[in-house]
Design a protein around this ligand. Structure first.
Ligand SMILES: [Zn+2]
Length: 292
């Protein structure tokens, strides 16, 4: 099953569900994450995609989970076209299981979740709320309900195989719209309380549609088209070159003297290597008069 996201509505309520197994595995491999870090990053990227599904075409958002635990900051950028990228500051973190579960709350620690929305030409807007548990899904729920004043329920889950590859990942986001009826909300609450953890549902082979149909079971539901999801970083050699140019002549001269430079993209761990001649070419571009 390819990674995908689907949207559905029931009276006064909207829902999004996503299968993110492959993109979580892609992130794990790229950043060489230990299992606990892979699970935390997978949850964060999945939450980011679920929130981004409601954006307009040219918009995007960045999630930062900034806790004081050993994982350090977890960052994910998501776009409504289904692409996401992300990293965790310290991917080599391992803690003993807590009742058979990843001790993600402990590894994230106390701090804040920050959500920045990039909406066209306007200034980006950042909202924040305090981390509730560091388990990430609860922190998204708290942020959406308190900071954006949209009563929400978020579930995020990642299962890791004994060989440390990602076995299943996914999640859902349910939001009550203004005027949602009490009996619809209580039916959904009952359904949620009877559901298995979302990672188990993905592991059993349920797709995003199947997850939303379970959440909205017993309610008239409209399901919309699904979109494909993928790990996709926007970095490129050209962008890295522009970044080097922005450092200025002196910095680049030092790199020439060292004989080479290597730039690693935080988001995808792609390495960009520049030899002395390539660095000299960049210097020449800097020295050339600006084109008009
Ligand atoms: Zn990159």
């Amino acid at each position: 099953m390819y990674d995908h996201l689907i949207r559905a509505t029931a009276p006064g309520v909207r829902g999004f569900a996503a299968i993110t197994t492959d993109l979580t595995e892609e992130a794990r491999k790229r950043h060489d994450c230990f299992p606990l870090a892979a699970a935390a990053l997978g949850r964060t990227m999945t939450g980011a995609l679920l929130m981004a599904a409601n954006l307009k075409t040219a918009e995007s958002l960045t999630i930062r989970i900034s806790g004081d635990g050993p994982l350090g900051e977890i960052v994910a950028d998501a776009y409504p076209d289904g692409s996401v990228r992300g990293y965790v500051k310290n991917p080599f973190v391992d803690l003993p299981l807590n009742n058979g579960k990843w001790a993600i709350g402990q590894a994230v620690g106390k701090g804040h979740i920050h959500v920045t929305r990039f909406v066209g030409l306007k200034q980006p807007f950042t909202g924040s709320s305090e981390l509730i548990s560091g388990e990430i899904a609860e922190d998204f729920t708290q942020y959406l309900t308190m900071s954006e004043q949209t009563p929400s329920s978020v579930a995020l889950g990642v299962l890791i195989n004994p060989d440390t590859t990602v076995s299943a990942a996914g999640g859902f986001l349910i939001q009550a719209l203004p005027g949602a009826e009490e009996d619809v909300i209580s039916k959904i609450e009952t359904n949620l309380s009877q559901m298995q953890p979302v990672s188990q549902m993905v592991h059993k082979g349920l797709d995003a549609r199947g997850i939303l149909e379970t959440v909205f079971s017993g309610l008239p539901t409209t399901v919309y088209d699904s979109i494909n999801l993928h790990f996709n970083c926007k970095c490129s050699r050209e962008r890295v070159e522009n970044m080097l140019i922005s450092l200025g002549k002196e910095e680049i001269k030092e790199m020439v003297a060292e004989g080479q430079a290597e730039v690693c993209c935080h988001f995808c761990s792609e390495k960009y290597h520049f030899n002395a001649q390539e660095l000299k070419n960049i210097l020449e571009k800097l020295a050339a008069p600006q084109a008009r």
